[in-house]
Design a protein around this ligand. Structure first.
Ligand SMILES: Nc1ncnc2c1ncn2[C@@H]1O[C@H](COP(=O)(O)OP(=O)(O)OP(=O)(O)O)[C@@H](O)[C@H]1O
Ligand SMILES: [Mg+2]
Length: 455
């Protein structure tokens, strides 16, 4: 963005000024001497043509090196950030991905430099040629006595200052072109289609219900993630989503929160299609407790209060006690006022999730979308989450991506997804377990896994 700003601040303005001067000199030189006018007027398009060629070569070079430079930059950040993982596999001294990206950047960098140098060279030669030809012509006219000595000297002076201006134009154009790749990328970002939003929401029909009808969705238009998904959850029910990794469970919750629009079918929240709700109305219906909880770099208390800025101190205290955040605050150096770092980096994953549960408890929205932790939680964490879920269940509809056997067993409804993103089975635990099928297999596998022990 700084580079882009410099285009606007330095190059564009200067270029307009210089081009205006060039045009004025070219026009007025006709008054001075028509031959000089002709020379300068013809010189501009010829010069611009050559400049275009040199611009093309410069871009070609830049387009080559830009991706490799980017690769090196991201590998370096990765190398610094993932030291823990790299050390664990003894790769901290020789990180192959980084060293090969450096080699690649070196090879491509040389080629790119060659193209760019050629571009600059052609641009420079064009200018010098224009000056030389002009001076030869003026001298020839002077020798022929078509031009008197004073006029000839004045013409040469004019040509030199004209060429200086052309040089400025080409420098500015090159400077702009050097930033072309970045500008194109920012353009493509700015051109990203916005999610359409209605101005006024439709009235809710059945607060707390969720309904998916024939939902089809893919992230990249090639690999279909969800296929004909239909199920509904009534107000106050708890629905468990289960299925293999990658079957689309998180995607379903993201679609309900309208992070993306479905490709086909519809999703209704509280009886209204999510596309007919304003973002604030939709968010008013939902609380989200996902695994990748993002916290703002504010105090712990502010992060929780965000759930409901109007909540009283007593309500906040109760939500925090229930979700187990009070203990986190007691442990931190500045208690509730401790800043949690960018994204909540100074808290553990389990702690971040507890904060987001406290937010949900405080928000008291009619629907809660929850993604249960896959990793085994310690007993204390587990107890807080169970208690919080019981509390949430009293007043809200829960759609839980369930991993714990108790959650699945006590759910009012279970949606079993297949690997290809379809609803394979749908019903209650007691009914599903009696039938041969994916759920029974999944359940038996989980039961046997829960009996594994480290010896
Ligand atoms: N932002 C994304 N862009 C492209 N593909 C994605 C994106 N998020 C998920 N996917 C793909 O969509 C599919 C479903 O992913 P999803 O995260 O919904 O699975 P899941 O059932 O939640 O898995 P898990 O149990 O491992 O959390 C996967 O194949 C995944 O690779
Ligand atoms: Mg998931």
């Amino acid at each position: 963005m700084m580079n882009l700003a410099s285009v606007a601040a330095h190059y564009l303005y200067k270029n307009f000024r210089t081009i205006a001067s060039l045009a004025i000199i070219a026009i007025l030189s006709w008054v001075w001497d028509y031959r000089l006018g002709l020379l300068l007027t013809l010189g501009i398009p010829v010069y611009l043509l050559i400049l275009n060629l040199s611009k093309f070569l410069l871009n070609k070079g830049k387009a080559m090196s830009e991706p490799t430079e980017e690769e090196v930059a991201s590998r370096m950040v990765e190398f610094a950030k993932c030291q823990g993982a790299l050390r664990a596999c003894h790769a901290s001294n020789n990180y192959e991905a980084l060293s090969s990206s450096l080699v690649q950047a070196d090879v491509i960098g040389r080629k790119s430099l060659a193209w760019q140098s050629l571009g600059n060279l052609i641009g420079g030669i064009a200018k010098q040629m224009l000056v030389t030809i002009s001076i030869i012509l003026i001298v020839a006219l002077a020798i022929n006595r078509s031009l008197n000595a004073i006029s000839a000297i004045a013409c040469i002076g004019m040509v030199l200052s004209f060429s200086k201006m052309l040089e400025d134009v080409s420098g500015n154009v090159m400077g702009t072109e050097e930033r072309r790749q970045q500008m194109d990328r920012i353009d493509s970002l700015m051109d990203t289609q916005e999610l359409k939003e209605v101005d006024v929401s439709q009235d809710f029909q059945e607060i707390g219900s969720i309904e998916l009808e024939d939902v089809k969705f893919s992230y990249d238009k090639e690999n279909v993630v969800l296929n004909d998904i239909s199920f509904s959850v009534k107000p106050g029910e708890m629905c468990a989503l289960v299925g293999p990794s990658g079957s689309g469970k998180t995607t379903i919750e993201h679609l309900i929160a309208r992070f993306y629009d479905v490709d086909h079918g519809s999703i209704k929240v509280s009886g209204v299609d999510v596309r007919d709700l304003t973002t604030s109305e939709l968010m008013g219906q939902l609380s989200m407790v996902f695994q990748d909880v993002y916290l703002f770099n504010e105090s712990l208390l502010d992060n929780i209060r965000m759930g409901n800025p109007a909540a009283s101190e007593a309500e906040i205290q109760r939500a925090c006690d229930l979700a187990g955040v009070t203990e986190i605050a007691d442990r931190l150096p500045d208690g509730w006022k401790t800043r949690v770092g960018e994204g909540g980096s100074s808290l553990s994953g389990g702690e971040r999730q507890r904060v987001s549960i406290a937010r949900a408890l405080l928000k008291k929205s009619p629907i809660v979308l929850l993604d249960e932790a896959t990793s085994a939680l310690d007993a204390e964490n587990e107890a807080h989450i169970v208690k919080s879920m019981e509390e949430l269940r009293k007043n809200a509809t829960l759609l839980v991506i369930a991993h714990k056997l108790e959650t699945i067993q006590t759910a009012d409804k279970i949606v079993v997804l297949s690997e290809d993103g379809r609803v394979e089975q749908y019903g209650m635990h007691d009914d599903l377990i009696k039938k041969e099928g994916a759920y029974k297999k999944f359940w038996n596998y989980r039961i046997s896994a829960s009996q594994w022990q480290l010896v």
